[in-house]
Design a protein around this ligand. Structure first.
Ligand SMILES: *Cc1c(COP(=O)(O)O)cnc(C)c1O
Length: 383
């Protein structure tokens, strides 16, 4: 009976593009006509607009969110022999960037409600080698930053915020990305602010750190052909900056729309009597994402928890309802980190999330009847 359900994509960027096509095409054409592909004027303009949006003194565009994290680590002189504490449950680049610059990722489990680092477990893993904490604001909701800031002060550690999924998200009224030393953002197309390809950004409030980041971005050089250190090529393309400038103006409206979709989901799941009691994963029920106190959640993803997740996922895919597992494997279980010596059971909440979580469509342009179809399909598939 549900066979004729119309498909609902997890993300459909063509709808956003259609709404802004004239402006976006014009931005691309402008760069094309200028043929200034590297460090063109759109980049400085975009950086200024981002700094203003984020409420940070400095913002620097770069090649990706991953490279933003790598730049942040390099600019803070973190490298071989150092340890960086981060969440065991995130996109791979969080830990990958730490390993890439030669430091050791030290994992901490997540708290079960918000999918973010369990701040009560950070102090246990601080050693003489710890240089920084890298909290992740996963799915668009901030980590518990007060405790992170307190610990960083007490132990003289730097904070690099992995804000790749969280541009515009707030913690106790403060924009994330400017709570720690450096905020790292991604403009991968599926993020709330998405480029026409790869792009990212770092933000900071310290002038000297800003200069270091600038240097690291272009081969460790502030004066062309004179190199103070070995950096990389972490530039953002002018084309991406031009596209992102158009989109940035719409970001808050999109984030509001995502939050509205989340509210509508809550109502619909409740109408269908599908919400699990007290947030406990129960057969036939769904645990919805929770907005924690003092947060502005921007819902980069809307991630539910269910019993028998893979079965639900397969049934939804059969009905052409977009869904995805973020992420099927906790970072400590990744093959490339086997030398860190972890085993299954080390981070039980992360492992649980990897088994129970499923992202369903939340993008701003979704129509109400699509949300209804998603909830109905879930009801039919887990009942
Ligand atoms: C997307 C993402 C990154 C990496 O960003 P890219 O632009 O894809 O390199 C890093 N951390 C998290 C949590 C992400 O979601």
């Amino acid at each position: 009976m549900e066979n004729h359900t119309k498909p609902v994509p997890l993300l459909d960027l063509t709808r956003q593009y259609k709404n802004l096509q004239a402006e976006l095409d014009e931005a691309v054409l402008r760069v094309s006509r200028s043929q200034q592909f590297i460090m063109g004027p759109d980049i400085a303009a975009f950086e200024g607009e981002c700094a203003a949006y984020l409420g940070s003194k400095y913002a620097l565009g770069c090649s990706s969110g991953t490279d933003a994290l790598i730049m942040a680590l390099m600019a803070l002189d973190i490298g071989p022999g150092d340890e960086v504490i981060t969440s065991a449950y995130s996109f791979f680049a969080t830990a990958g960037s730490i390993a890439r610059i030669g430091a050791k990722p030290v994992f901490v489990d997540i708290e079960p409600e918000g999918f973010n680092i369990d701040v009560s477990k950070i102090e246990d893993v601080i050693t003489k080698k710890t240089k920084a904490i890298m909290p992740v604001h996963l799915f668009g909701q901030s980590a518990e930053m007060n405790q992170v800031v307190e610990l960083a002060k007490a132990y003289n550690l730097k904070i690099i915020e992995d804000a790749a999924q969280a541009i515009g998200c707030k913690y106790q009224g403060q924009n994330i990305g400017s709570i720690g030393e450096i905020g790292a953002f991604s403009f991968f197309p599926s993020k709330n602010l998405g480029a026409f390809g790869d792009a990212g950004l770092v933000s900071c409030n310290d002038e000297a750190l800003y200069q270091r980041l600038k240097s690291v971005r272009v081969h460790g050089s502030l004066v062309k052909y004179y190199h103070e250190e070995v950096g990389g090529n972490f530039r953002i393309d002018t084309l991406q900056a031009a596209v992102l400038r158009v989109k940035l103006k719409h970001l808050d409206a999109w984030s509001e729309k995502r939050a509205t979709n989340a509210n509508n989901y809550e109502r619909l799941f409740s109408d269908f009597q599908l919400i699990a009691k007290d947030g406990v994963v129960t057969p036939g029920k769904v645990v919805l994402p929770k907005v924690l106190p003092g947060r502005r959640h921007i819902f980069n993803q809307f991630v539910i928890r269910v019993d028998n997740r893979d079965q639900l996922m397969n049934r939804l895919k059969d009905q052409k309802i977009g869904c995805e597992v973020y992420y099927p494997l906790s970072l400590h279980q990744q093959k490339c980190f086997v030398e860190l010596g972890h085993k299954t059971g080390d981070f039980p909440q992360s492992e649980r999330a990897a088994n129970e979580s499923l992202a369903i469509p939340i993008f701003p342009e979704l129509e109400m009847d699509e949300l209804e179809r998603v909830v109905e399909a879930i009801g039919n598939s887990i009942g």
